[in-house]
Write a protein that binds this ligand. Structure first.
Ligand code: ADP
Length: 658
């Protein structure tokens, strides 16, 4: 998607843009934005908000002498929309139109329309409190209520009230809950865009299903066999499910063909999820070849972030993977949870954009009625450690003074402050320590920032950098169905009895030893994801640059992995667990029971004490990305958590930074 865009005449693109619902209200919209500090624009997905409004503003001259920021909760959307707009404007992506997502900045000083993830704009605000380069800030997909978008609401409102009276803000949302936004920003300048919506017939199942993935497969095949032409959009919760169906659909559809049980068209699965390479993501926008029916297998990305044309049938199993804070473990975990009514409506609406459609909800109608109206904003669900750290850096000493659209609970804020205290980011009076100031400048979660900085103190910054870079990229393993045995064989030489981080570090080191020209082939042979490893090299270089700016000493621990494991522990201590007689593990900080995930190299090995990166909850709680540690390290690394609290003082690792 990068590089020069297509220079051929693109009348079709211009015609397409001119027909979008937003084109009809262009002048009124610009008038509203000129008149008011903040404007709220509500419009159905696909009505042209993300691609057209920034162009209108640019043409109007309102952003003269500055830049327009457009935030997106998802990096995929930022990259894809920027590419589309560069194409529509016949300009090179990265120059007049660009994007900035974590570890990938394709924009420059000349960029006038800059798509960025909401998290990146928060980071910019931390460095330049006044966000001076922007004349207009558009907060897109506001209904998603991500943590960073919520922080931005408070940041831009504060700026407009004092130091940036000239700043224009547009808040865009796909759902109709505009009253709340209008209320927060203190006025009623709301413009509703009427999207094109044809009737969508809703179909429910009479009985609940055992496996929603099987049910999706069945529904897709039945639609293909019995329904007139039109593409299918099926929602799943993650990459693994999507890849499984990508393999199964052609197999099963082939059987149906053979048995004469299907329409004549060929069914072509097209995946779309965040970690998919951009070239492949672009495929969802291409029309199906003649005689073919496309079935788009999508994560929640396709709910509102990305508008896929040609869809007539939607298959919605009613689940989504969401990050949420677990009071029991004290950290975030990824969980598959039921969607809200608003999400189910968004999903089914996607079937009626170009003509009447059908939505197959793979649950009972009563189940729909029992769903919550909308999901809680992220700020009320996730760990607030990063938020608290960022607020402190913004100079907001008392987080409760910040203007939140929905205030997080006091107990959640206190827990986050407690974690930051234990990490050494805050001092006893609650002010940022020098270590905390360093942590906030690193573009990773506070726990990983601590791993990097502790790594520097422990003489293993080189290794810590690689491990954190690998944790910040997409999965490096590829195990296609039927290939698991040869994959396991290929990975064997890298496996470490010390756990997944060191195993990945071994892979990374071997990857670097291979000549650049041979790396792609080496990855294929070893069932590894070339793109992820290449990305890790890039991320590592960027993180190393940050450490250099912080004047952090760089050193390697050679083959002694103890310092690296200690560095990991000093960030991830909240996820320390000890082995129980029944071969499960008990989290030290919360007493919750977890098991080692089958994908871990430590599965079945039963080390007495572990830390892990992520908790995955299905019917059980699984620890993923696990490393073996010594139980004796716990009290000295995080005394607040592992000693009696009354005797706890500062963690030794913190002292060097004060
Ligand atoms: P909204 O923000 O209101 O959801 P968008 O501006 O994202 O709407 O999309 C408007 C139209 O542009 C849609 O019809 C969509 O299919 C098309 N579009 C958006 N991004 C791309 C892209 N990367 N490639 C092709 N078409 C796109």
């Amino acid at each position: 998607m990068l590089g020069r865009t297509d220079d051929r005449p693109t009348q079709a693109l211009a015609d397409h843009a001119g027909c979008l619902p937003i084109a009809e209200v262009r002048d009124e919209l610009l008038r509203l934005i000129k008149m008011h500090d903040t404007t709220i624009l509500v419009g159905e997905t696909g009505s042209g908000k993300s691609t057209q409004l920034p162009q209108f503003i640019l043409q109007s001259g309102m952003a003269r002498g500055g830049c327009i920021a457009v935030t997106q909760p998802r990096r995929v959307a930022a990259i894809s929309v920027a590419g589309r707009v560069a194409q529509e404007m016949h300009v090179t992506l990265g120059v007049q139109v660009g994007y900035s997502v974590r570890f990938d900045d394709t924009s420059c000083a000349r960029t006038r329309i800059r798509y960025l993830t909401d998290g990146m704009l928060v980071r910019e605000a931390l460095a330049d409190g006044d966000l001076k380069r922007y004349k207009v800030i558009i907060l897109d997909e506001a209904h998603e209520r991500t943590l960073s978008t919520d922080i931005l609401f408070g940041i831009v409102k504060r700026l407009q009230a004092c130091r940036r009276q000239d700043l224009k803000v547009v808040v865009m949302s796909a759902t109709l809950d505009a009253a709340k936004f209008a209320d927060f920003f203190g006025a009623g300048r709301v413009l509703h865009l009427l999207g094109r919506q044809y009737p969508v017939e809703l179909l429910y199942l009479p009985e609940p299903v055992d496996s929603y993935v099987d049910a999706v497969l069945k529904a897709v095949l039945q639609i293909h066999a019995h329904q007139p032409p039109g593409d299918i959009l099926a929602f799943l919760t993650g990459q693994e499910e999507i890849e499984a169906l990508q393999r199964l659909i052609p197999e099963r559809a082939g059987h149906m063909h053979a048995s004469g049980d299907s329409g004549q068209a060929t069914l072509v699965p097209v995946p779309i999820f965040a970690a998919l390479p951009p070239e492949q993501q672009a495929k969802v926008f291409e029309a199906a070849p003649p005689g073919c029916r496309k079935v788009i297998l999508a994560t929640n990305i396709a709910e509102t972030s990305i508008t896929v044309p040609g869809v007539r049938y939607v298959v919605d199993p009613g689940f989504v993977k969401a990050r949420s804070y677990s009071a029991r473990t004290g950290g975030d975990s990824l969980q598959v949870v039921p969607v809200s009514k608003a999400q189910a409506r968004q999903r089914s609406g996607r079937a009626g954009r170009e003509g009447p459609g059908k939505a197959f909800r793979l649950y009972k109608e009563e189940t729909f009625q029992a769903l919550p109206a909308a999901s809680a904003p992220e700020i009320q669900r996730v760990s607030l450690a990063l938020l608290m750290l960022q607020l402190k850096q913004l100079g907001i000493e008392q987080p409760q003074d910040f203007d939140f659209m929905d205030r997080p609970s006091t107990s959640a804020m206190l827990r986050a402050l407690e974690l930051l205290l234990a990490l050494g980011a805050l001092g006893a009076e609650g002010a940022l320590t020098p270590l905390g100031r360093h942590m906030v400048r690193l573009p990773v979660e506070p726990v990983f920032a601590k791993v990097l900085l502790a790594g520097a103190q422990l003489g293993c910054s080189q290794e810590a950098l690689s491990v954190v870079a690998l944790s910040s990229t997409d999965p490096i393993y590829i195990a296609n169905r039927g290939m698991q045995d040869s994959a396991a064989q290929a990975w064997k030489p890298f496996m470490s009895a010390l756990g997944d981080h060191i195993t990945k570090l071994n892979i990374y080191s071997s990857f670097l030893e291979v000549r650049k020209a041979d790396r792609r082939r080496w990855c294929t042979e070893h069932h590894l994801n070339f793109r992820s490893l290449k990305k890790a090299v890039d991320i590592r270089a960027q993180l190393a640059e940050h450490l250099k700016q912080l004047k952090v000493p760089m050193a390697s621990c050679g083959s002694d992995m103890a310092p690296l494991r200690q560095a990991l522990l000093s960030g991830l201590f909240i996820n320390a667990a000890v082995l129980l007689p029944d071969n499960t593990y008990r989290l030290q900080a919360s007493s919750q029971k977890v098991m080692i995930h089958p994908s871990s190299v430590l599965h079945g090995r039963k080390p007495p004490c572990i830390i892990f990166e992520e908790l995955l909850r299905t019917t059980r709680s699984y620890a993923r990305n696990v490393t073996v540690i010594e139980a004796s390290w716990l009290p000295e690394t995080a005394p607040m958590y592992f000693c009696s609290k009354s005797t706890a003082t500062a963690a030794p690792l913190r002292e060097g930074w004060q």
